[in-house]
Design a binder for this molecule. Structure first.
Ligand code: GTP
Ligand code: MG
Length: 589
């Protein structure tokens, strides 16, 4: 021990004597009664203990065949196809003595809808990543005797809690039809208003009455009686194409673009894209002149939407450390996790989540409170992410891809290896990467909000509710006034949520800055020889940060400085780790 440092006064009042018995007496200042009880029990077992066998806990230092590998994917792109509607049916009643009965074709069924639900218990998107396109079922075609087609099968996409969903693009054929229909009716209205001279205001050209699109026969929209040739039908025989329709369900769709943060388990699935409407059967087109219409309409095409899913794991504690620091070993010693451990860098290639059980319901109930909810806390979760290397924030190593998983951790646990050089420098290096990542993230959030503003200004979302809820004339008047029209639309969009549980757009999560999160340091491999001085220097530095004698390692103003602690542990021998839950609970609550 160097003479300049006064170790006894610097060491934390935690588990130091356990590892450094020569410094005994410093640990008596335990923070809480609980930690004092734990420490006392450890110290009594330590007295007169024979040297520890490093391999006594096999699962903490496993042999290679025992390594577990888990499939993990934290981001993927999915293309979802809502179900198309079934076609309407062309059919006529035929019974004994009724040779040429009336039309009795049923309507086509509505296509299946797409729902999303965040569920607990899942920690990866790999199942979804294997399937890039997911399709809901198509509605069945209508049948004779006015039998409507059955609905298409719905599709439920289940994602882990913590998934962020962003829309990449969408193709909504019904919205395109609506836009076309709206243009046509506006042109018709203008013609009506202009009277006989019929001049187009923009081009100043005479309008051709035959240009009326509504009466235009569209082959792709109509279904003809089997065996009938299109030439048998003149366009005059066809009624105007029915206006585009949407199911009632479409009103609970989130407005475009979809931007969800599913940070809580959902009781009910949330609608993403409603299935398209089925076509109309031939009875809809019976008129005085056409008593037996030999045509029906086809079902609408379903909406397609591409979504980017990104998983941000939700854990109470995030382990941050250099490669090979001993994070996975620490996770294994604290929890029942089977995280892969190995004596080389980048053993961990994807995040692991472990659960520390406080109350296993076998004894007296746990009395730990659970933050805001005030319910007893029965466990807390710990996320172990791949090691960070210098410039991880510039995507070196595996860092950047996985730093997002600690974004939502309530407490950060910096893991430094006492046997691998200056622990203070290691801690400063880790903080540098974390704060650089924070800057990157802030920039990304700003860019995203700018994009969102651009999108909403003056553009009618493609999933704007259908016009068929208002009477045609009323709506035309509103729409002819550009400003008023979009305002009405926007207003209606806010009003249309039928089921507040299912149709709500989840609020965007506003994450606190990473540097303002509570943190502590775990100095691992304290069983290695001559690590004592290194730990003492680390302890001194942490105390100085707490007392604001030196700047915070993140160099941020409002960074967390309360209750800082550095704990020496030997995870591989499971020594010193018992103090971590107590500290974590203090910081969590
Ligand atoms: N002596 C000693 N060795 C340890 C201790 N903790 C971990 N190790 C060893 O350090 C090596 C690396 O441990 P890991 O837990 O895989 O380290 P990691 O930080 O998860 O490494 P990456 O996943 O590569 O980032 C393994 O050989 C462990 O047995 C400890 O407390 N004492
Ligand atoms: Mg690891």
């Amino acid at each position: 021990m160097s003479g300049s440092v006064r170790p006894a006064s610097l060491l934390s009042p935690t588990l130091t004597p356990f590892l450094y018995p020569c410094l005994d007496g410093t640990w008596i200042r335990a923070r809480t009664c609980t930690s004092r009880r734990i420490l006392r029990s450890i110290s009594t077992t330590v007295a007169g203990k024979p040297p520890v066998d490093i391999h006594q806990y096999d699962h903490l230092d496993p042999s290679p065949p025992e390594y577990t590998t888990n499939l993990f994917t934290d981001s993927t792109t999915l293309t979802l196809h809502a179900g198309s509607g079934g076609h309407g049916c062309i059919s006529f009643l035929r019974e004994k003595y009724i040779a040429n009965g009336p039309a009795n074709g049923g309507d086509g069924g509505t296509g299946g809808s797409i729902y999303i639900q965040a569920v607990g218990g899942e920690t990866s998107l790999h199942k979804l990543a294997r399937r890039s396109i997911l399709k809901a079922g198509r509605g069945k075609n209508g049948q004779g005797r006015l039998k409507g087609g059955s609905r298409g099968e719905d599709l439920l996409v289940t994602v882990p809690v913590g998934t962020v969903v962003r829309e990449v693009w969408r193709k909504d054929p019904v919205a395109e039809e609506e836009a076309l229909d709206w243009e046509e009716r506006r042109a018709r209205r203008r013609r009506k208003g202009k009277g006989r001279d019929m001049k187009d205001d923009e081009n100043n050209e005479p309008l051709d009455p035959s240009e009326d699109q509504s009466s235009r026969w569209r082959r792709d929209k109509w279904l003809l009686y089997p065996g009938a040739l299109p030439s048998w039908f003149s366009s005059a025989d066809f009624p105007a194409l029915p206006r585009p329709r949407r199911s009632n369900l479409a009103m609970s769709q989130p407005p475009a673009p979809i931007n969800l943060d599913l940070d809580k388990p959902m009781d009910t699935p949330m609608l993403l894209a409603a299935g398209a409407m089925g076509g109309l059967g031939n009875p809809h087109f019976v008129t005085k002149s056409i008593m037996r219409p030999k045509f029906a309409t086809k079902g609408d095409e379903g909406m397609k939407v591409q979504l980017q899913l990104e998983l941000k794991l939700l854990a109470d504690v995030g382990l941050v450390g250099l490669p090979n620091a001993g994070k996975s070993t620490l996770l294994r010693s604290l929890t029942g996790s089977r995280a892969r451990v190995g004596d080389w860098a980048f053993t961990t290639l994807s995040p692991n989540i472990g659960t520390f059980v406080l109350d296993n319901y076998r004894g007296r109930p746990s009395i730990h409170t659970n933050g805001s909810s005030k319910e007893p806390r029965t466990n807390f979760t710990i996320a172990d992410i791949p090691g960070l290397i210098e410039d991880a924030h510039q995507d070196r190593g595996l860092g950047l891809g996985f730093l997002r998983h600690i974004e939502r951790a309530a407490v950060l646990c910096f893991v430094v290896d006492l046997g691998a050089g200056d622990a203070v420098q290691a801690l400063k290096g880790l903080w540098k990467e974390v704060s650089e990542y924070e800057i990157l993230r802030e920039r990304e959030v700003n860019a995203e909000s700018e994009r969102a503003t651009e999108h909403t200004e003056g553009v009618i979302p493609s999933s704007a509710p259908s016009n068929h809820f208002a009477s045609g004339e009323e709506e035309l008047l509103a729409a002819s006034n550009a400003e008023g029209g979009s305002a009405t639309r926007r207003q209606r969009e806010e009003d249309i949520v039928l089921d507040p549980q299912v149709g709500r757009q989840l609020p965007k999560l506003s994450l606190p800055p990473i540097s303002s999160k509570p943190w502590f340091v775990v100095a691992t491999k304290a069983d290695l020889p001559s690590t004592q001085e290194n730990f003492v220097r680390l302890q001194q530095y942490v105390n100085d940060v707490e007392a604001s004698v030196v700047p915070h390692p993140s160099e941020k103003k409002n960074a967390w400085r309360k209750k800082l602690a550095a704990l020496p542990v030997s995870a591989v021998n499971r020594e010193g780790v018992d103090g971590i839950p107590t500290l974590v609970l203090e910081l969590l609550d």
